[in-house]
Design a protein around this ligand. Structure first.
Ligand code: NAD
Length: 251
C-alpha cells in the first residue's frame, strides 16, 4: 500500500513516540523523503538511520524561528506538526515560566512549524496534521498549560484549514487520548505510579482502567495509522476537523 509514493513529508518530534511511529509507517508506505525534526540529536540520528528512504535531519527547537529560517522544505507535500511536551501542575502552582515553557513548545512551535509547511506548500497544495490532544477538549485538573495549548492547536488547525483551502492545502488535527510513549516519564506523578505498580506498563494499565472505557492506552502505531489516514487522499474531502482517538476517554 504505497499511498505516499513520491511524497516529501516533514515530521516534528520525530525521534520518539508518535512521531517516530509515523515516520516508520510513512517510510514503509513509499515516502520518497522524510524531513525529520527534533531537538534530541542523538536519538533522532539513531532512529533515522533505520528508515528505508531519503531523510533530512533538522535538529533544534521547533519554537526557535532560526530553525525554520534555515530549513529547506523544497517539494514538501505533507507535514505532521507533532513535537510537544507535557506538564502536570495545578494552576495555583504553575509559574509563568512553567506556563511559557509549555506554550512555547506546544503552541509557538506548532505555529512556526505549520507556517513553514504552509509556505512551502502554497504553490502545489498538500496535507498537514497537527497533533493536539483530548486534553484540549476535556477539562481535567492539573494540566492547564498543556490543555490550553492543545485547545489552541485544535483551533489553529481550523483556521489554517480555511486559509489553506484556496491553495489546496488540507489541515486537520488529531486528539489522542493516552498513548504509551516516553512523554509520560517527564511527569513526576507517572514515575511515582510506575514505581508503585512495578513498571511503566502497569502504570499505563492502571491509568487506563480508571478513565478510558476501552481499558487501555493506545500504541503509538495506532495513532500513526490515523495520522496517515488524515494525510492520505482517502481523506481528500476532510479539512479543519479534529479526529478524536481516545478509547472513549472523552465520553
Ligand atoms: P514523546 O516524548 O515520545 O515524543 C516527543 C518528541 O518531541 C521527542 O522526541 C522530543 O525530543 C521532541 N520535542 C519536544 N520538544 C521539542 C522542541 N521544542 N523542539 C523539537 N523537538 C521537541 O511524546 P509523544 O507522546 O510521542 O508526543 C507527540 C505528540 O503527541 C505531542 O504533541 C503530545 O502532546 C501529543 N500527545 C501525546 C499523548 C500521549 O499520551 N503520549 C496524548 C495526546 C497527545
Amino acid at each position: 500500500m504505497l499511498d505516499f509514493a513520491a511524497s516529501t513529508i516533514l515530521i516534528s518530534g520525530a525521534a520518539s513516540g508518535i512521531g517516530a511511529a509515523t515516520a516508520t509507517m510513512l517510510a514503509a508506505r513509499g515516502a520518497r523523503k522524510l524531513i525529520l525534526v527534533d531537538r534530541n540529536e542523538d536519538r533522532l540520528a539513531d532512529f533515522a538511520f533505520s528508515l528505508p528512504c531519503e531523510r533530512a535531519l533538522l535538529i533544534g527547537d521547533v519554537a526557535d524561528e532560526r530553525l525554520w529560517a534555515s530549513a529547506d522544505l523544497t517539494g514538501l507535500t505533507h507535514a505532521i506538526v507533532n513535537a510537544g511536551i507535557a506538564d502536570s501542575k495545578p494552576i495555583v502552582e504553575t509559574s509563568l515560566a512553567d506556563w511559557r515553557r509549555t506554550m512555547a513548545v506546544n503552541l509557538d512551535g506548532a505555529f512556526l512549524t505549520l507556517q513553514a509547511a504552509m509556505r512551502a506548500m502554497k504553490d502545489r497544495g498538500g496535507a498537514i496534521v497537527l497533533t493536539a490532544s483530548v486534553a484540549g477538549l476535556k477539562a481535567e485538573p492539573g494540566i492547564a498549560a498543556y490543555g490550553a495549548s492543545k485547545a489552541a492547536v485544535i483551533h489553529l488547525a481550523r483556521i489554517a484549514a480555511k486559509e489553506g483551502a484556496p491553495q489546496k492545502i488540507r489541515v486537520n488535527a488529531i486528539a489522542p487520548g493516552g498513548v504509551e510513549t516516553p512523554i509520560w516519564s517527564e511527569l513526576p506523578f507517572f514515575t511515582a505510579l510506575a514505581q508503585e505498580k512495578g513498571s511503566e506498563a502497569a502504570a499505563f494499565s492502571a491509568m487506563a482502567s480508571s478513565a478510558t472505557p476501552l481499558g487501555r492506552f493506545a500504541k503509538p502505531e495506532e495513532i500513526a495509522e490515523q495520522i496517515a489516514f488524515l494525510l492520505s487522499d482517502k481523506a481528500a474531502f476532510t479539512t479543519g476537523t479534529c479526529l478524536v482517538s481516545d478509547g472513549g476517554y472523552s465520553l
